[in-house]
Structures are given as C-alpha cells and as structure tokens.
Design a binder for this molecule. Structure first.
Ligand code: AMP
Ligand code: GLY
Length: 420
C-alpha cells in the first residue's frame, strides 16, 4: 500500500515511524516532512492546503491511503476533495472539522447533545460581551471563535483582563478568528486528553495523555503548543474514560451524524476532570502534538490498522492491543520560544542516539543544511521513550536529552511531574 501523510512536525514524524513498522506499508511519502522524517521516508514539497494539488499528487504517485496530520488542511476541506476524487482518507470533512475550527459550533453541539462543558455566551458584538463579563465576574475565559494557532484563549483571573481580551479580539488581534468571541465559565480541575477514533457509526478509545502547556518548570511562564507529554494519564482512569465516552464523545458524535456531518478520524477531547467527573474543554480534530508522539510510541505498527479501520468504517470490529506500558516525550525548543527565536543553529549528537521501540527522537522543526541537522522552528525535537513504568520512560528520555549537543535549545526538566 502507498501511503501519504500530510504535515511536517513531530506528530507526523511519529505517525510515519509507526506506519513504517507495519508490513502493509510498501511506500510512504510525507509532505512536506522535515529532516528527521527524511531519514525514514520520502519527503515531497506540496501545498497541503491546495486540494487540487494534493489530489493531483495522489493520482501521480498511486497513493492508496492519506493520513492528514494538522488541522489547517482539514478545516480547508482537504478530506472532502480527496474523497470526491475517490481516495481513502483518514481525517474529518470540512463540516466535521468545525469541532476545532469554531468554538461556538462545538458549544452548540455539546448543548444539543447534553454533554457536560463550561457554561458560555457567544458574541459578535463587543458591548454585549463586556456586559456578560461584568454580569459574571472573574475568573472567566475569553476565546476567539476560530483557529488561532493555540493563542486565542485568555484565561482571565480578573474582570479587567477579560475586558481587555474582548477589546483585543474585536480589535483584530487574532484576525478573522476573533470576529466572534465565546466567553466561558472558568472550570477548575485537572486537564487530560482523551483520543478516540470515530467512523461516523462507532467509536474506539485509543489512549490518554497529559500535556505541559507552560514553557517553564513547575508550569510557569507563558503558554506554548506543548513542552512535553506522557501516556497514559492517571487522572483519566477507566471510570473517567467511560464517563467521557458515554456522556461527552458518543452523544456529540451522534449529534454530528444526525446533522448530516458524520465525524470520521481521530477526535481529541480536551477534558477538565474534577472529583471524577469529566467536562469538555475543547475538541481538536487531529492528534495532539506532542501527545501523538507518546501514543504512537505505545501503539506502534497497529496504528496503521486502526486508522485504516477508521477510514473504512470498520471500527465496530477493530480492537486496540494495549501493552501495560508508559511513554513520555520531552520537547526541545529553540532558545526564546514561545517568543522570538533564531533558526539555523546546529544540533549535534543525534546520530549516536538509540532508535528502537523504546527510544526515538522525533523531529518537530528541523532542516538539513550542509549535511548538518539544524533548528528550523520553535519546537524542534521530541525526545520520546517508552518503559514499563513512567519513571523508566522518563529516565530514558532525559538520558537522550542529555546526549544531545544543542546550545541553541532548551527543555523542561520536569515532564511527568504530576504523575510521578
Ligand atoms: P483551548 O484552546 O480551548 O483548549 O484552551 C486552551 C487552554 O485554556 C486549555 O487547555 C485550558 O487550560 C484553558 N481553558 C480553556 N477553557 C477553559 C475553561 N472554561 N476553564 C478553565 N480553563 C480553560
Ligand atoms: N498539544 C496540544 C495540541 O496539540 O493542541
């Protein structure tokens, strides 16, 4: 089978690594890929937002199966274009991708499905939004409705902060994403991520993870795309996962199908858990990055079989073969991230790292320059390990981190602290 993965970050490196282990994969192309992915698969330069170009590429390369990594091509309708052209695709339609592309849409689906989530108001007008904030007080959460690369959420601890966020959003700070604003009740609890495959009829849980969003040790400093993750997430116990499935995921998926937009792909439910009760924070319509890295490390080759079963509507007969294992990934980022950072610094020591089913350094933002691996983004490497315990996985991951020679980068030293 010839497989195309769209994307070029650590998530796509991990997907490629898992797919390559499955004997069903004859040929793998990743577009655009990166320097790490190029070591295990063919990389192609392709505008993944351009449906016609991607369809053409799939025709020319006799592609049998397409896995869409990031949200932007999904929100742009790439799955629809590919399905119209007769291709087998893992990833939701543009209509179903609204579960990530519009916060107001998601709140409406939750309300119709009776899924527990924060109370909210939806505003297209700044004065009404301000009045809502004054009426409810702080803490309160202000969100740009659309895709804002993870930056459109302000958790305001004071009323003044919330009012300023409203001014920023309607003032255009987040572009079109902020033309509409959702204001939510502040939820307390512990956050965890729940990953579920959905084929429009059936659902299959494929793992749990916890992310570290703040840049600094002890969860300090500004928010990032994620500085590390581990799987499983102890707070997402079997009992909590069952509640999340029965009260949140399944009713929402049924509601999507009822509206004529069945969801097909991986659904990433961000949950807030308090006293054993999960509530939905947000949906994403793709694997998390770096959560995917720890999930792929644990699933290995079966990930491809599961994604194929999902794309082909066969989830009712699919099963996940769990090992009683743990995985942990440490993100290495360029100095200065999530603020301004330089590109191009040379990363040494990568060739000597172990590469096996327990140790893998996935590349998130790298490029090859004059034969050397260089940093080419904010989040650059995802140093990932698996073990019989989380402590063992962590020891392995940090041993690899310590063997990497990159003065231009840094990482958190406390990934996994909440669970250890
Ligand atoms: P989102 O992009 O919706 O996941 O929001 C980003 C982060 O903001 C989440 O991971 C939470 O940490 C926080 N957050 C979002 N909504 C809420 C809420 N209603 N209550 C508390 N924290 C929230
Ligand atoms: N790590 C969070 C995300 O992928 O959205």
């Amino acid at each position: 089978m010839n497989i195309l993965i769209l994307g070029g970050g650590g998530r796509e490196h991990a997907l490629a690594w898992a797919v390559m282990q499955n004997p069903k994969c004859d040929k793998l192309i990743v577009a655009p890929g990166n320097a790490g992915i190029a070591q295990i698969a063919e990389c192609a330069s392709l505008d993944v937002l351009n449906g016609a170009a991607v369809v053409n590429f799939c025709d020319e390369n006799a592609i049998d199966f397409i896995i869409v990594g990031p949200e932007a091509p999904l929100a742009a309708g790439i799955s629809d274009r590919l399905r119209e052209a007769g291709f087998n695709v893992f990833g939701p339609s543009q209509a179903a991708a609204q579960l990530e592309a519009s916060k107001a849409f998601t709140k409406e689906i939750c309300a119709a499905a009776g899924a527990p989530t924060a109370g909210y108001g939806h505003f297209t007008d700044a004065e009404a939004a301000r009045a809502h904030i004054r009426a409810h007080g702080a803490p309160i959460v202000v969100k740009a409705d659309g895709l804002a690369a993870g930056k459109g959420v302000i958790v305001a601890m004071t009323e003044a902060e919330a009012l300023a966020a409203v001014d920023d959003m309607f003032g255009g700070e987040f572009g079109a994403a902020g033309a509409e604003v959702v204001i939510e009740e502040f939820m307390e609890g512990e956050e965890a991520s729940f990953f579920v495959l959905c084929d429009g009829k059936d659902v299959l849980a494929i793992g749990t993870a916890q992310d570290h969003k703040r840049v600094g040790d002890g969860d300090t400093g500004p928010n990032t795309g994620g500085m590390g993750a581990y799987s499983p997430a102890p707070v997402l116990s079997d009992a909590v996962a069952r509640l999340a499935m029965d009260e949140i995921v399944k009713p929402c998926m049924d509601e999507m199908t009822r509206r004529g937009m069945p969801y097909q792909g991986v659904l990433y439910a961000g949950l807030m858990i308090k006293d054993g009760q999960p509530r939905l924070v947000e949906y994403n319509v793709r694997f998390g990055d770096p959560e995917c890295q720890v999930l792929m490390m644990r699933l290995g080759a079966q990930a491809l079989d599961l994604m194929l079963a999902c794309a082909e509507g066969r989830l009712a007969d699919a099963q996940v073969h769990w090992a009683d294992d743990h995985a942990l990934t440490v993100v290495m980022a360029a100095n200065g991230y999530p603020g301004d950072y330089a590109k191009g610094s040379v990363i040494g020591g990568l060739e000597a790292l172990p590469e096996d089913s327990f140790n893998m350094c996935f590349h998130a933002g790298t490029a090859l320059k004059d034969g050397k691996i260089t940093a080419n983004g904010g989040r650059v490497l995802n140093v990932t390990a698996r073990g019989a315990t989380l402590a063992e996985a962590r020891t392995r991951a940090y041993a690899m981190v310590d063997a990497i020679d990159w003065p231009g980068g840094f990482c958190r030293r406390d990934i996994g602290w909440r669970a250890l």
